[in-house]
Design a protein around this ligand. Structure first.
Ligand SMILES: [Fe+2]
Ligand SMILES: [Fe+2]
Length: 289
């Protein structure tokens, strides 16, 4: 006997795309084709990116990181409302990122909006929106390789799982026996709070927001460029239980950072009131940079 089905049973989805959208939401990393296109560092056209990492890996030594912390963690440069700081970013072109064409504010709004669409808590949306605000470092005359790019621990051996590890051969720390062993100045399971990361917009914004946002948000901000850990688990030996718990959030955040870029520019004017409200809920009226 032939079963008969209603239209709703035959076409339960609005369209077959709805299924694909859902697969993508559940398994964003299964979007491997996009992933390869997005982060195709082997393309010969990426010579500027390689040069960027050569400089980054050469100069991000332990002493360099200490110098930058002394220099920038005084926050004596500027004071401005968060929204203005976000607008201030828009003269930047991020040369560690092969695929972004929209300006920073647009990318950040898209990140926030993608998180909001998935029904995450408002502090997560806010984190998506501000996560790259630390790139204002570029506007203080900082070299791009000291602002953006993958981050990694300094003070211990550089992992081969960091992008372009061959360039670490030029870093002075590889010949310093204090720093060139597996643990270097750290110890097993010491926790990332005790580990110095290469300097850039992640650590800088973490230091700006650390008193205001929930702990998972702070981990997302501080470690979102630490691909060697959140994608490759290359530094498991330094993590403690708290890090492992919090890295679930870092991993949850990463697809929004990578895959929320869309050629369709968001409507900045329309979205501004919502984000201004979020900023006012969690952050001070002005931030010190
Ligand atoms: Fe970033
Ligand atoms: Fe980003």
């Amino acid at each position: 006997m032939k079963a008969s089905f209603s239209e709703k049973e035959i076409n339960p989805l609005h369209s077959i795309e709805q299924w694909e959208d859902d697969v993508l939401l559940r398994y964003p990393e299964a979007n491997t084709k996009a992933k390869e296109e997005f982060r195709n560092y082997e393309d010969p056209a990426r010579d500027t990116v390689k040069e960027f990492y050569r400089l980054n890996h050469t100069h991000q030594s332990y002493d360099f990181v200490m110098e930058k912390k002394n220099e920038f963690l005084q926050f004596n440069r500027k004071e401005m409302p968060v929204w203005n700081a976000m607008e201030y970013l828009n003269t930047l072109v991020d040369d560690s990122d092969p695929d972004i064409e929209l300006d920073q504010l647009q990318h950040l709004l898209q990140t926030g909006e993608a998180i909001r669409r998935d029904g995450h808590p408002d502090w997560f949306v806010l984190t998506g929106f501000i996560h790259d605000m630390g790139k204002v470092l570029c506007l203080f005359g900082e070299p791009q390789w000291a602002v953006v790019g993958d981050t990694f621990p300094v003070g211990c051996k550089f992992s081969d799982k960091v992008v372009y590890p061959e360039y670490f051969a030029f870093n002075s720390d590889v010949s310093n026996e204090q720093y060139n062993t597996k643990y270097g100045i750290y110890s097993h399971g010491c926790g990332l709070r005790n580990v110095n990361m290469s300097w850039g917009h992640d650590e800088y914004l973490y230091q700006i927001t650390k008193d205001y946002l929930p702990e998972p948000a702070l981990y997302m901000i501080r470690y979102h460029s630490f691909y060697a850990q959140h994608r490759e688990n290359a530094y498991d030996h330094l993590l403690d239980d708290h890090d492992r718990e919090m890295f679930e959030w870092v991993k949850k955040f990463n697809p929004y950072d990578l895959y929320s870029k869309n050629p369709l520019p968001p409507n900045v004017k329309e979205l501004k009131p919502y984000y201004e409200e979020l900023i006012a809920k969690y952050l001070p009226a002005a931030v010190k940079l």
